[in-house]
Design a protein around this ligand. Sequence first.
Ligand code: AMP
Ligand code: GLY
Length: 431
Amino acid sequence: MDFMDSVLIIGGGGREHALLKALLRSDRPLCLYAYPGNPGMERDGCMLVDQKIANWDELADWAKMNEINLTVVGPEAPLAEGVVDTFKKHGLLAFGPSKAAAQIESSKVFSKNLMKKYGIPTADFEIFTAKDEALAYIEKKGAPIVVKVDGLAAGKGAVVCAKLGEAKAALEDIFDKKSFGEAGDAVIIEEMMSGEEASVFVLTDGKSYKILPVAQDHKRIGDNDTGLNTGGMGAYAPAPAVDAKVMAVVEKDIIAPTLAAMDKEGARYRGLLYVGLMMTADGPKVVEYNCRFGDPETQAVMPLVRCDWYKLFKECASARGNLSDVGWSVDSGYCVAVVMASKGYPGKFAKGKAITGIDEAEEKGTVDVYFAGVATDRKKENYQTNGGRVLAVSAKGETLADAIAQAYEGVAEIKFDGAAFRRDIGAKGLR
Ligand code: AMP
Ligand code: GLY
């Protein structure tokens, strides 16, 4: 197997399945492993690390033993814990930011102060560590207002409050009930912005960068952006909300200054920088940064780009890597990813419902199915639901309307008890 490079993917959601499929599309034989991975990744020929791993040192030992050439980290938690630093300490190459650089997501106090210091456009804010002062501030400012916890909160750490009462309740939750634990030791209170949102993914070796097609997520559970916030119910790319003219502004005012700022702060950013934008009346502003690919945006973005992903991830991860050497082309047309969830999500939901129709869906046109909350039954013969967001169905089309139609044809093939999905993914882009 000497001739084949080996890659380990950390994570086991739809995003990691999409990263795997992208690596498989690269014109290069690879030996692929995932920790923990999922049954869809296994189905695509990825070997799952089934060993008990107590910490990242142990995974690094495993990676050394198995001669892994490159590790690609999907989720934010391992990055915030410093998995890339640990692998580096063991002499291993890993794609993703260091623990210090991952603070751009893991601490909103860090990222908001960074933006303030370097003049990067974002919502005006103040930081508080005591409830009384925070209360006095929201009373002075009035509603609408946004309350956010400093640390990682699995997408539940930002509360957009239309009324003052909601902001007070959020502060009680954070400071009195300690619902967010240490993540809520500091809060950010910021102005509410309005406008279209977009997810911009920047691949970087710390200096040069490449921007992926801009995606738009659909955060709310219900059609027409109604109901509770979720991890994301679908995405499409490219999103017309950021055209070439707006992107030029985003690059000049946000992307380039952010990378330069991280370098100046001694936390050179390598890997994937997710810039969550809002197109306000005053121009594009940063809602948040994430230190990793978005889910489900990745499932809509990766199929549009042709490149040797192994080489590209490696250039981003290497100390002397140079991303600008990697060939890259973006397909014309659009890609749409529709998430199928368990009934009840983002609240309580049942697990263990039999899933059928995945093969039939993938036989349709350009349809791909990405596994997330999917398990196999005891005999490892059938798939069943095992999470809130169960899977995502993506398709490509020359027009957005065609991509949407194909994705929903795929969705129609897949059945499980209580399957819930939005029927308007991508519709915003048609307007
Ligand atoms: P965050 O956890 O910072 O990504 O926020 C989650 C979601 O809350 C964002 O995607 C926005 O929809 C919304 N949000 C966050 N901050 C603001 C803000 N300042 N104004 C309006 N909406 C916001
Ligand atoms: N889809 C939003 C996120 O990945 O944070």
